[in-house]
Design a protein around this ligand. Structure first.
Ligand code: SAM
Length: 474
């Protein structure tokens, strides 16, 4: 007899295989059931989210009219909760030493020809200065899993080094961490080191596939991996970032699993994931993505993004440079709130390009534009690029952030900060065209700050930034 229990601490019970199969069967049975689809959309309009079952029915919908309404609602929710702001970040690869055997990742242990690299603290410094000189304020550090080469002490040392670097007006104000599942004690240490979000992709929620895709190494343990977010929360990290690697298993299975994971975290800890990432499998070194049979097309990808936006309106959504400009443009309006820009997925790729025979990239980047080009592009599309990290630094994480978000107040609080951090970027790092586009955008956006008093403070701060008299931090 199977058991599904969102409050259980056992991965097999909170991500229950049979419950997912029943959900998918239910979604299939109702994919053309217009009255039910409409009823679910009505529920979604309350902006309180949807259960994995209801959201799975929307994802399965074959009704054109309903599908159009799904996209419309996703856009509206995105606008209501996040406005036109897009937060920017960059990944920083620390080490590609890895003891796991993930069949889709070129860092797998049996890849003998890929050079293994691990940044020294001096190299971390140089990479971070290069990132600061681009204008980045928020990083996601990435590393393979190797207890000997990349122990937790190494990761902590890197976090400490990164926060300590202040080059010109540069500073990394939030370091998010994407490292393998670890112990409560180690999560506690990461929290103490001042990390932002702990990110861990589930890769796939399908246990049988998971075991095959991760044949060797500590990552083979599905339950240990799936229960990692619980341990992170027990260790005091209240911002966690979930995600699956689309292409490994059937997307509808993954979608239901992802939402069940969010429901579980909410049920046990009172706070769902801070972000959800939507990576798609890409070619990489010895990895041929076409050998994986569950790849999804761009339309399906867009529908997944829209359905996630509707199902968990208060959870940020991230798209990386695994997607090209065109796809990124499409999903920005459907619910994405954070993107990476100017990214390198190699260990040490920011200071100078790697020689051909020394490549350590984790996957092929599909959007190769510079950060400045990305910023300019976003603004021309009507978005306000934001480098703000104020919530995190003022302790508005976890449930405090969620309640801000759920009450719809996030816009009033975030819009002024976005404009001021954009101004910092324009003054310190932008090219000529970006500065012109940006200054005009800020002027126009000032009108959208409802409170006169707040607007006055913002205008004062903008002029301080322009004249080099900053006495505040975001
Ligand atoms: N080692 C950590 C772990 O096991 O979770 C950190 C992960 S890795 C640096 C970041 C993510 O890249 C992985 O979780 C995986 O989803 C993704 N990834 C791996 N191979 C990929 C590929 N070929 N294409 C796209 N993404 C890939």
């Amino acid at each position: 007899m199977w058991k599904y229990d969102p409050k259980s601490t056992n991965a097999d019970e909170f991500i229950n295989h049979e419950e997912i199969l029943e959900t998918l069967a239910y979604a299939d049975a109702h994919k053309n059931d217009r009255p039910l689809l409409k009823e679910i959309l009505e529920k979604a309009k309350a902006r309180k989210g949807l259960s994995h079952r209801d959201a799975s029915v929307l994802l399965a919908s074959e009704d054109e009219e309903i599908n159009e309404e799904i996209f419309r609602l996703a856009k509206q929710i995105k606008q209501d909760f996040y406005g036109n702001r897009i937060v920017l970040f960059a990944p920083l690869y620390l080490s590609n030493y890895c003891v796991n055997g993930c069949t889709y990742c070129p860092y797998h242990a049996v890849n003998r020809h890929m050079p293994r690299k691990k940044l020294t603290q001096e190299e971390v410094r140089r990479e971070v200065i290069a990132l600061q000189d681009m204008g980045h304020k928020r990083l996601a550090i990435e590393s393979g899993e190797d207890p000997v080469n990349n122990p937790i002490e190494y990761i902590l040392e890197c976090v400490n080094t990164i926060y300590g670097i202040h080059h010109k007006n540069g500073a990394i104000r939030r370091v998010n961490v994407n490292i393998a599942a670890t112990t409560v004690e180690n999560y506690h240490k990461l929290k103490e080191a001042g990390i932002g979000t702990y990110i861990l992709f589930q890769e796939t929620y399908h246990k049988e596939s998971y075991l095959q895709l991760h044949p060797t190494g500590p990552k083979h343990d599905y339950n240990y991996h799936t229960e990692a977010m619980d341990r992170a929360m027990q260790g005091g990290i209240d911002d966690v970032g979930c995600g699956v690697l689309f292409g490994l298993d059937k997307y509808r299975y993954e979608f239901a699993g992802l939402l069940m994971h969010a429901e579980h975290l909410e049920a046990v800890f009172g706070v769902g994931p801070h972000t959800i990432s939507v990576p798609r499998l890409r070619d990489a070194d010895d990895i041929d993505s076409s050998a994986f049979k569950n790849g999804i097309d761009d339309d399906t990808f867009a529908k997944i993004v829209a359905c996630i936006r509707i199902a968990v309106p208060y959870t940020g959504m991230i798209v990386s440079t695994r997607e090209n400009q065109k796809t990124r443009e499409k999903v920005l309006g459907l619910g994405i709130s954070q993107i990476s820009g100017g990214s390198r997925t190699s260990v040490g790729g920011y200071v100078e390009p790697e020689p051909e025979d020394m490549k350590s990239e984790q996957f092929d980047v599909m959007d190769n534009r510079t950060l400045d080009e990305v910023i300019c592009w976003l603004m021309k599309l009507g978005y306000v690029p934001s480098f703000c990290t104020a919530c995190y630094r003022e302790g508005r994480t976890g449930d405090r952030f969620m309640s801000l978000c759920k009450s719809g107040q996030i816009q009033n609080c975030c819009h002024p900060n976005a404009l001021m951090t954009l101004k910092e970027y324009l003054v310190d790092y932008a090219g000529k065209e970006t500065k012109e586009v940006g200054d005009a955008l800020i002027q126009a956006e000032l009108k959208n700050i409802p409170k006169e008093q707040v607007r006055k403070i913002v205008i004062e701060n903008l002029s301080k930034i322009e004249t080099g008299q900053r006495d505040f931090r975001f």
